[in-house]
Design a protein around this ligand. Structure first.
Ligand code: GLA
Length: 730
């Protein structure tokens, strides 16, 4: 019924409206709680009128007012456009300007939840078409936008700027939140008030772009972003290459947001008859704060933005921090035995298993030679995979197929496959070079690495795909001299075409998206992956901040989060095992250590925590709604507290952490959120180690009480943590 109503509404709004000339139209793009309104007139530019809460506007939009001012929904450089434009072309005869005129609009229902609106625009003088695609995901309150170009001019057109989306917003003040970082320090949050001028978030690294700045943002109106109230727009670009998100407060005080691939050194020369598609920009609006934006993105991601988003990812023991490059058959089988005895569901053999002429015994050699190292593993990968499966543990393996060590047979045989800038030096990062994925032969090779590794055993069910460097000294021996600027776009499309082929042929395998840790956490890559490695920093205290950042847009189920040893290898910190488990249990729980290094007296706790995660916490964390109760960025970094609530509100998992010495203030009162006020919940404290922290353990409370009065948690020392399980009893 809801859907029929939605259809009738859509048809109505496409009819000419009162107060408009007969040929004008209001185009409305609707989601459950929001509506975007655009006005079209034949052969004129589009006018952006509104994107916000659903409203009863009657004929108001046709009365000639425009609160946003005269603003195009997709401004091209030309005409009166004097802001940062969404599109800049140089036409066949060298003309620098473009003026787009509306041609037609098409509205397609893709299924009961998803509808697409395609607005066709054409240059008023030249035969150049720009299609703006809006896809509305009704239940998730998400709209994605991308653009396709068709060059029907008589020759080549240079595309110097083509954004995926343009979003004009009008408010008194704008607060931008974005996430930046570096290796082992990814996804740190920064919020600032924007002023007049342009603020850009961008990457020019080509690969591993999200290690520094993630292509996502929150823009809060009039005051800084609140968790549960206030107007917030969220955006994330589905692209793993160079990008720019630009925020320009113009002379009228309007915020113009242009999002898309980075135009720097990236002119696309479109030949006659050629088409071009931008990546998708994923957008969401809420007047209930950034918490709701996160839930919208999580809901969208599980359904549309990742692989196997409706399944529960297995717990993992990864070999990296346990053995690094130094292992043999015996030590790996020992790890598999430990995984089995602890109840871990998947064992992943990380780096170091390949290379013979140039054995991969450290990061200086062997990358590119994907044959099993006979010295370390004489019986091969199949033997290990069978061994694991016979023990009841699934088997996964690490690859880094886009890269090559100079010391490798691959580099000797295919020097032309390496990204290079003529005769200039090919700089190494982590002793490796990057392969040129703009070259179809390299795409075939990268696909074949995956394919051949998968064929080593039918018992391989997980691949960790790594990418440990970015682009320096750009250049391709494959691309012609006049198309070197296509490299940035073609590399990423080359990567996606490989991913696509892999998914067509290996739909079931679990693939982890890793790139020196969190270097490729974006929705372009996520589409083909089941999970990502958020950071090489496994220190639980740092992970609180890193996962707070990643989980602003990406769901917990995709966040691989491992318990590692103490002292931690990246920071030297010694944190309690319980704290480490309680942090890792808020994502996809795993371990990255030698289980035999866990002190004997703590082993029962570790086993029990794994069991509790699998049986109780995992489904709530992976599929529930996230409510952030206390940010680690507030109160001088004293506390962190989050809650996951199952969709039916019958169960909830509450996690809270004491991050500092607090003198006598170790009593935290938490007001929960997202529960059903009319239900009564029985609360049980989980993962208890030496002592419990919740005096109401085993007692019942109404949802209304828990949300309005709250519950006290009594900590004693820093780095204590508390996990509660709430189950509705009525
Ligand atoms: C990267 C990854 C790590 C590990 C190493 C192996 O740094 O992020 O998890 O796989 O490579 O070399």
């Amino acid at each position: 019924m809801k859907h029929i109503f939605r259809w009738i509404l859509c048809l109505l709004v496409l009819l000419p409206s009162l107060g408009f000339s007969a040929t004008d139209q209001l185009i409305q793009i609707k989601t459950q709680n929001t509506v975007m309104v655009i006005q079209s007139s034949p052969n004129k530019d589009l006018r952006f009128l509104y994107w916000g809460d659903q409203l009863n506007a009657g004929d108001s939009f046709t009365q000639g007012l425009n609160a946003q001012g005269e603003i195009s929904a997709y401004p091209a450089y030309g005409g009166r456009v004097n802001i940062n434009p969404a599109l800049k072309l140089t036409h066949i005869d060298g003309l620098l300007t473009t003026e787009l005129g509306f041609q037609s609009v098409e509205h397609k229902s893709l299924d009961n939840n998803v509808s697409e609106t395609i607005i066709k625009m054409k240059d008023l003088l030249y035969d150049f078409v720009v299609n703006i695609h809006y896809t509305a995901y009704f239940d998730q309150d998400v709209i994605t936008q991308y653009v396709t170009l068709e060059n029907n001019e008589k020759g080549q057109v240079a595309v110097e700027q083509v954004a995926s989306s343009f979003l004009p917003i009008y408010a008194n003040q704008y607060y931008l939140t974005h996430f930046h970082g570096s290796w082992a320090h990814e996804f740190m949050m920064e919020e600032e008030q924007l002023t007049h001028g342009i603020k850009k978030i961008e990457s020019l690294k080509g690969v591993r772009t999200t290690q520094t700045d993630n292509p996502s943002f929150l823009l809060a109106l009039n005051h800084n972003a609140q968790e549960n109230e206030g107007e917030v727009y969220g955006g994330a670009l589905a692209w793993s290459g160079n990008y720019t998100l630009s925020f320009q407060e113009d002379e009228s005080g309007r915020m113009n947001i242009v999002s898309g691939i980075n135009p720097f050194a990236s002119t696309i020369k479109l030949e006659k008859g050629e088409t071009f598609a931008t990546p998708k920009m994923i957008l969401s609006y809420s007047d209930c704060g950034k918490g709701q934006i996160s839930r919208n993105f999580h809901n969208w991601a599980r359904e549309y933005g990742m692989t196997h988003g409706s399944e529960l990812n297995p717990t993992v023991l990864n070999s990296w921090e346990g053995v690094y490059f130094s292992f043999d058959e015996k030590s790996i089988k020992g790890l598999i035995d430990d995984a089995a005895s602890m109840g871990v569901e998947m064992f992943v053999l990380d780096d170091g298993w390949f290379g013979n002429k140039y054995p991969r015994n450290n990061d200086k050699a062997g990358l590119g030679d994907w044959q099993v190292n006979h010295k370390k593993l004489p019986k091969g990968i199949g033997d290990l995979a069978d061994y694991a499966v016979n023990k009841g543990v699934k088997f996964g393996i690490w690859i880094e197929p886009e890269m090559v060590n100079p010391k490798s047979e691959l580099a000797e045989n295919h020097p032309d496959w390496i990204v290079q800038s003529g005769k200039r030096e090919k700089y190494q990062q982590r002793n490796q070079w990057l392969l040129d994925l703009s070259n179809p032969k390299v795409q075939d090779y990268v696909y074949s690495v995956f394919d051949e590794v998968m064929k080593m055993s039918s018992n391989i069910s997980y691949i960790k795909w790594d990418a440990n460097r970015h682009v320096d000294n750009v250049g391709s021996t494959y691309l012609p001299a006049d198309k070197q600027t296509h490299f940035w776009y073609d590399y990423t499309q080359g990567l996606y075409s490989v991913y696509q082929r892999i998914r067509e042929n290996y739909p079931d395998v679990i693939i982890q998206d890793c790139s020196s840790g969190g270097g490729r956490v974006d929705f372009g890559a996520m589409k083909y992956h089941d999970e990502f490695w958020a950071s090489d920093n496994t220190n639980a205290l740092d992970r609180i901040f890193i996962q707070y950042g990643t989980n602003t847009f990406f769901p917990a189920m995709a966040t691989a989060s491992h318990v590692s040893t103490a002292p931690n290898h990246q920071t030297g910190m010694v944190l309690p095992l319980k704290f480490r488990f309680d942090v890792a249990s808020t994502g996809r729980l795993g371990m990255e250590l030698q289980p035999k290094d866990i002190p004997a007296q703590e082993l029962p706790f570790a086993k029990a925590a794994l069991k509790t995660y699998k049986e109780i916490l995992r489904p709530i964390v992976m599929k529930g709604d996230l409510y952030r109760l206390i940010s680690p960025y507030d109160n001088d970094g004293s506390w962190y507290s989050i809650l996951y609530v199952s969709k039916d509100k019958k169960e909830s998992a509450y996690f809270t952490y004491n991050l500092k010495t607090q003198g006598r203030e170790t009593h935290l009162c938490s007001k929960l959120r997202g529960l059903d006020p009319n239900k009564t919940y029985r609360i049980e404290e989980l993962n208890k180690a030496k002592r419990g922290y919740f005096a109401g353990d085993g007692k019942t409370f109404t949802g209304d009480y828990l949300m309005k009065v709250g519950i006290p948690i009594n900590f004693y020392f820093p780095y204590e943590s508390c996990v509660l399980h709430l189950v509705a009893v009525n």
